[in-house]
Ligand binder design. Structure first.
Ligand code: ATP
Ligand code: MG
Length: 420
């Protein structure tokens, strides 16, 4: 065991996490801060949350902390709650050995259950990357490094512990985690770790759609989505998450729209503005949606039926890969359907549209579509000016609108109303 004395007490460590560690030690157990929080503290970053590893079993932890409950089946852990902060306490685990633990591993070598308690060393070895397997003992101010995590942290390397291919097979989500940490930390992926990644994307097909949705959120909604997209594509993983977008014939425009949506989300997160997965998913699936809509129109569907059905079809296809909870797919549809109403501005329509609860998102989306290269007759500019205009100017704009080129389009639209 490598022990390095290291005093992190002037770093931003959660007082509650320290309390949990101390109580466990006082109760006769071992306890350490572990994982992302130690990594981030050593990088002088503020950890998102704090994880504790211990030799106490989940039931012991529950008995020690009245403010705790046990969660998870595949991976049973205790949540100790302090107001809004939750400290996750996990018992040391051993890696499941496919050879003598058949029932817990799928045919492809994937871990189905991970409640096999183990020693401290085994716990370090079953973690994903070396930089995520550092243990900090705040009582004695010591870092335990079993797997060379400190060297990799110094060299800014993301290295899978153990044999990369079997570790990826065991849990294919680790490929997405490699991408995430590369994007988040700006580290490089160690060559041996990186090598099998382009080949093994297909393994993501075996991961439950709900888990992939969670990973997509972490990739896209935590402030470095633009870089995450770049690396997903670099390792040929994007197509295993969003196959419809990946095989879109308008490849360039599709990815440009997604990139812009992620970049704008990154900026909003930096500025502490609200963000929603509905907007990101609207961008991710916009081109598959419009292509499908056009296909249905070409087959003779009315525009409103085509919109509705295209949305259903594209969402149904996507659900085979990542789930999209209804609370996000609903607003996503609104953003899509509003795109076909935004050209309709004459008379009172502009005011009605502006009052729509999804207008702002739809307008932002329109601007990104134009930026990505869709030609929309300066519709975005019109809406920008309209929002900045006073009442008189607005009146002129909406009565002037029918005289412009858009008028013809509006008329045509009126004959084929698309209320979606
Ligand atoms: P973040 O800062 O994004 O929270 P993190 O490293 O803390 O990053 P978590 O998902 O919170 O990531 O996981 C906590 C720790 O659990 C990781 O640091 C790692 O040691 C371990 N871990 C998480 N997921 C896996 C996995 N799929 N395989 C092996 N170990 C994992
Ligand atoms: Mg974490």
């Amino acid at each position: 065991m490598t022990e390095i004395s290291s005093d992190l007490s002037d770093h931003p460590i959660s007082i509650n996490a320290l309390k949990v560690v101390r109580r466990l030690i006082e109760s006769g157990f071992q306890a350490f801060l572990v994982g992302g929080c130690v990594r981030d503290l050593l990088l002088d970053a503020t950890p998102k949350d704090f994880d504790v590893a211990t030799d106490a079993h989940p039931e012991d932890v529950r008995d020690i902390f009245r403010n705790s409950r046990l969660v998870g089946r595949r991976f049973r852990i205790a949540h100790v709650r302090f107001g809004r902060e939750i400290i996750e306490v996990a018992t040391f685990r051993a890696a499941n050995d496919a050879a003598d633990n058949d029932s817990q591993v799928s045919d492809g070598g994937m871990l189905l259950s991970d409640n096999n308690y183990g020693t401290f060393r085994e716990d370090a070895e079953r973690r994903d990357f070396t930089i995520n397997a550092l243990y900090y003992d705040p009582e004695h101010k010591i870092i335990h490094d079993e797997v060379g995590g400190l060297t990799d942290l110094e060299n800014r390397q993301i290295r899978l512990i153990g044999d990369p291919e079997s570790r990826f097979r065991e849990d294919p989500v680790r490929m997405l985690r490699a991408v995430r940490f590369k994007a988040k930390l700006g580290f490089s992926v160690a060559p041996e770790t990186e090598k099998p990644m382009r080949r093994l994307g297909f393994l993501l097909q075996d991961v439950p759609a709900a888990r992939l949705f969670e990973e997509v959120l972490k990739l896209t909604m935590t402030g470095y989505g633009e870089r995450a997209l770049e690396h997903l594509r670099e390792y040929d993983l994007f197509g295993w998450l969003f196959p419809q977008s990946n095989r879109d014939p308008d490849h360039h425009q599709t990815f440009e729209l997604i990139r812009l949506a992620l970049a704008s989300t990154d900026t909003r997160i930096q500025e502490d503005k609200p963000v929603t997965p509905a907007f990101i998913f609207a961008a991710l699936l916009w081109h598959p949606f419009t292509n499908e809509r056009q296909r249905l129109i070409d087959e003779g569907a009315t525009v409103s039926d085509a919109s509705f059905e295209a949305a259903n079809n594209v969402i149904a296809q996507q659900l085979l890969f990542t789930s999209i909870p209804r609370r996000f797919s609903g607003p996503m549809r609104d953003i899509w359907f509003l795109q076909y109403r935004l050209p309709n501005r004459a008379g009172k329509k502009a005011e009605t549209l502006m009052a729509h609860k999804r207008f702002r998102a739809a307008y932002d989306f329109l601007i990104l579509r134009e930026e990505s290269g869709e030609r929309l007759d300066n519709l975005g500019k019109w809406w920008t000016e309209y929002q900045e205009a006073n009442n008189d100017q607005r009146q002129t704009m909406t009565t002037a609108a029918p005289k412009s080129k858009t008028r013809k389009r509006n008329r045509r639209k009126r004959r084929r109303p698309d209320s979606q």
